[in-house]
Write a protein that binds this ligand. Sequence first.
Ligand code: SAM
Length: 189
Amino acid sequence: MTGGLEGSDWACERGEKWVSQLPFMEATLAPIDEPLISALQIDGPLRIADIGCGGGGTTLEAARRAPTGSIVDGFDISPALIETAGARPSPSESGVNFEVADASTAPAPEPAYERLLSRFGVMFFGDQSAAFANLRRWLAPGGRFAFAVWGPVGENPWMTSAAEAVSTVIDLPPGPQIWRSLHSRRASR
Ligand SMILES: C[S@@+](CC[C@H](N)C(=O)[O-])C[C@H]1O[C@@H](n2cnc3c(N)ncnc32)[C@H](O)[C@@H]1O
């Protein structure tokens, strides 16, 4: 579920908008971190990469939970978000770095990571198959990849409630995928 956005949108204006709303967005999404990071099974000092790390909230949380000696790197296509993430204080026990990269095409880092995670950062690839094939190369043999993505837009009140409320007052014009989904949901009632 991308809502029609792609990585290239995030690289400029969309990334800057996310920066401006960072405290609210991170507070809203924070409950995802516990199940996401638990699914990673960080069972020793590991090399961990956060894909589409945004302002770095999940990267820093993973670093707090990882044992001393771990390396936790955050990658994002948005320079504005990486600059914001890099300015945040990080836990001293783990090495935390942030880097601008298009994770769908960037060459695999050397050495590869033992863990990859992503909180809603892998939904915007233009070519999903090619992007995940690329990320497979980022992952060391036997590694783990845990990511959170939204389900279908029609089952996601967080994306639809505002448009649904407006649609009780006015007819929504043809537009984003979210609206089309609302139209078809109403038609099937
Ligand atoms: C919904 S935000 C989530 C940010 C962060 N993971 C969080 O949960 O706060 C999606 C993030 O994915 C990043 N992104 C989108 N396409 C990307 C790509 N191809 N490579 C790297 N990052 C990408 C965006 O810049 C944005 O920061």
